[in-house]
Design a protein around this ligand. Sequence first.
Ligand code: DLL
Length: 436
Amino acid sequence: MTAVALGVDGAVGLDPAERRIVQQARLQGLVGRLLVAGGVQAERLRDCGVRSGADVELDDLPRLPTVRKRDLWEHYPYGLRAVDADDVVCVHGSSGTGGRPTLVPYTANDLRIWAEVVARALAGAGATPKSVIHNAYGYGLFTGGLGIHHGAVHLGATVVPMSGGLTDRQVRLIQDLRPDVLTCTPSYAIHLGEALAGAGVGTNSLRAGLHGAEPWTNEMRDQIESLLGIRALDIYGLSEIIGPGVACESLDSDGMLNVAEDHFYPECVDADGNPVPDGTPGELVFTTLTKTGMPLLRYRTGDVATLDGPVPGSPRTLRRMSKLLGRTDDMLVIRGVNVFPTEVEAVVLADARVSPHYLLVEDRRDPARPELRVAVESHGDADAVTHALGTALRERLGLTCVVKVLPAGTVPRAETGKAQRLRRWTEGPAPLPGLD
Ligand code: DLL
């Protein structure tokens, strides 16, 4: 593997002034497409006085309307689709609320863009057409598995489509196929690293890992790097924009993630939606300049990070974003699954045997195995309630939770102010007796 690979396309090294001309033209094309497609984004543009793509410039973005996850849910399943149903070649998504997932339709054009940006991310981690990529992101509606897959194929590498789980088999194939790149969530990288060590399987073929889909710290990075002997790099994305590949660290990006800004134009805004200067934390807002299936103008991600320019003097000229610093809402991401506490509440309160006093505990004591613990009180048969809630939560969220049925009166009541329904547990004793 080469130390610094610029990528499979020239876009990453383009002169920023030339890139801006491309972005400008693409923005005008996008606005034109949205106006023709009609629907909520077109209405909001018209309300702002925009009649055609030619009316907008990149500098006008801050005064243009935004769109949020809520808009996707309100127009479920395909309300923001901007092409004929016939032009949609696949659908991906993530968990949503009210039992409705967030669904994203892709055209063949969108799949080409996705493959290109993921191939770029893989190349930035040192992967080449000779690489063997062990892909342990889940395959399915989740964008991790298939997104990395498309990029690896586009790069001309060999992808091993492992998906998640069945760790013994993953260990066996790492031993036999000797991959140089590992792609999976950071928590699974640690789990796999421990399993490989436990089985006495060496990891000396591995050079780099692309890890994302959930929050992770630099301490976790150190752990992954020492367990697996690799450079562990951060990859960011969200289904609404495309999936993995919106931004990704490269071997030379100095701890920040290169944003694929020729396709996904980034802004960073404060709570009132005003732009913040580079280096100041704010909410990331992306505009999909080239997507056609579900193009989004100024999508407010809820993800908090900082933006910055490229590494000075680097041949890689893309703007960069920091590792994520948090969220503007209460969405949790547990083992790559997005969870809104209100969804858990809906399941818990639907069971008549359970009292309305419950507590969610985001258990991150072991960073490799984050768990969502759900403490409830019930007068019913504890085993039956545990089983029923566990099944209902798995069905609704796509996540296996640890359900604890506690004696009546154990879950703290809010005497004043808002009920505290969510606690984070990173060390020390359980926030509630009986929870571990
Ligand atoms: O998680 C896409 C993805 C797959 C990214 C594989 C990277 C690797 P969603 O399921 O729609 O898409 O979840 C998107 O997950 O808004 C963030 O809050 C969180 N997230 C994604 N990447 C990271 C990361 C995929 N690198 C939501 N660090 C986003 C922290 C991340 N959080």
